[in-house]
Design a binder for this molecule. Structure first.
Ligand code: HEM
Length: 459
């Protein structure tokens, strides 16, 4: 049995392409080598990119104990730490997942609904009228406030303000292309003096840690079991030997949720706003659907709207925020898709390439929400949130937030696109996002009384 074809170029060129033009890199390799190819990203790190749904099904339905994933995410260690869900494997990973999943589902998740509408309104009401502004940073203000509330139960106060601006500074450092290069090559993370990015990174991380540890200490000292935020849950948790989580473990998980929980969702909402305003027919159809809501809809009615749902799905199909799932490192030899893989092979189910398959999605580069109304896709044909034991713990929460932010903005504000050319995706750290952040112009506010969501936005 053979190994998959290998992209034969010097590793530095492969890394450069993966950093600078990841979509083009994957498309051209798939075109040349087919649905399974091997790339090398230096230091003997071989990645097998997979884009055949049947093969991906084999990987995502195999016994999860046959794979590690956490140790493949070393690139995230300097920010989220060794005890992050993203870096854990095995039993510890499973235990932390069981702790962190429930707050992002069901009734616990729904408790954030009105807050999402209110925060959206608060941020959007500050937008300048008739002047272009970049959408992504504005949406990120909303999603960061939401996750701060979910994690700490805080939306205002000095610590919240400091954390907001520190997270902003951290993202500026880590999501630029240079930031990604820095993460790839740890030598660049060192402190080379006052103006080096390494120094700045360490300073920001130090300040964030001070805030997080201070919050953990205060909350441990005056523990209040009646609070419903995630820190309270984690403080109350005990492992099988009855031990609570240490401060370092808590810090790492808090940081993971803060980062993973707002950056991705902000990008997804920004893309959705772009597509809705780029395609007048999509906007018209969505507005008609939103207008069909009762004057005082419950949030469930908004979340169940089929066209709004299809827009969110199509947004995450056409340019998935994560291009690949977390890599799966094989722990045993395994035959997959007719190839024999050895232990330590890094498998990368490729979300972007599957979502662009014309046999599944005719005219794949066209934004057409209707495809999600016409047929159902399997979890190996459509998987913006990955799958199996590593599937995103915030998937339901992210979709909920996307829908409520979009519904609030669309019914309350008159917005137009201030882009003259189609917006394209570029790398933003480990994710991709719209280049330039999507420029919008706010033309005004719809009359508060006549919009169905107005009642939900009042403070
Ligand atoms: C549109 C928004 C989002 C997208 C597209 C997204 C996508 C993903 C993907 C593709 C994975 C890897 C899954 C795999 O390898 O199978 C993942 C993992 C993860 N996501 Fe999300 N995510 C989003 C929002 C969120 C939110 C809101 C949270 C926080 C609540 C979150 C927290 C996490 C965590 C902690 C993991 C690691 C799970 C593990 O290792 O077990 N994500 N996400």
């Amino acid at each position: 049995m053979t190994l998959p074809p290998t992209y034969n170029a010097p590793p530095f060129l492969q890394i450069a392409r993966w950093i600078l033009e990841p979509l083009e890199f994957m498309r051209s390799c798939q075109h040349r080598y087919g649905d399974c190819f091997r790339a090398e990203f230096g230091a003997g790190r071989h990645f097998y990119f997979l884009s055949d749904p049947k093969v991906i099904e084999q990987v995502l339905t195999a016994n999860p104990a046959n794979f590690d994933s956490g140790r493949a995410n070393w690139i995230l260690r300097p920010t989220v730490g060794d005890n992050s869900l993203l870096l854990l494997d095995g039993d510890r990973h499973q235990r932390h997942r069981q702790l962190l999943m429930p707050p992002f589902h069901g009734e616990r998740m729904k408790a954030y609904g009105e807050l999402i509408c209110r925060l959206t309104e608060q941020v959007a009401s500050q937008w300048p009228l008739n002047q272009p502004f970049a959408t992504r940073p504005e949406i990120q203000k909303i999603s960061l406030s939401i996750i701060l509330q979910a994690v700490f139960g805080l939306t205002e106060g000095p610590r919240c303000d400091r954390l907001r601006s520190l997270m902003d500074a951290l993202l500026k450092l880590t999501t630029s292309r240079f930031g990604f290069v820095m993460a790839f090559f740890p030598i660049l993370q060192r402190d080379y003096g006052a103006w080096s990015p390494g120094r700045r990174f360490n300073q920001v991380m130090h300040q964030i840690d001070e805030e997080l540890y201070a919050e953990i200490r205060e909350r441990r000292h005056a523990f209040d079991p009646t609070r419903s935020d995630i820190l309270t849950l984690l403080l109350a948790a005990r492992d099988e030997t009855g031990q609570p989580m240490t401060d370092v473990e808590l810090r790492d998980e808090l940081m993971t949720l803060l980062l993973a929980g707002h950056e991705t969702t902000a990008t997804a909402i920004t893309w959705a706003i772009y597509w809705i305003h780029y395609l007048p027919a999509v906007k018209a159809k969505l507005l008609t659907e939103l207008a069909s809501l009762e004057k005082q809809p419950d949030l469930g009615a908004i979340v169940r709207l089929p066209y709004l749902n299809a827009i969110c799905y199509e947004t995450l199909r056409i340019y998935p925020i994560a291009l690949i799932t977390l890599p799966r490192i094989l722990k045993v030899p395994m035959e997959i898709g007719g190839y024999q893989f050895e232990p330590e092979s890094l498998l990368a189910p490729c979300i972007y390439l599957v979502h662009q398959r014309p046999d599944l999605y005719p005219e794949p580069t066209t934004f057409r929400p209707e495809r999600f109304l016409e047929r159902q896709f399997s979890p190996y044909e459509y998987f913006p949130f990955g799958g199996s034991n590593r599937r995103c713990i915030g998937a339901a929460f992210a979709l909920y937030e996307m829908k409520l932010v979009l519904a609030t903005l669309l019914t309350r504000y008159e917005l137009t696109l201030a882009e003259t050319k189609p917006v394209v995706p570029i790398r933003r750290g480990v994710t991709t996002a719209p280049k330039g952040g999507v420029k919008l112009i706010a033309k005004g506010q719809h009359s508060a009384v006549s919009t169905p969501i107005a009642s939900l936005c009042q403070t």
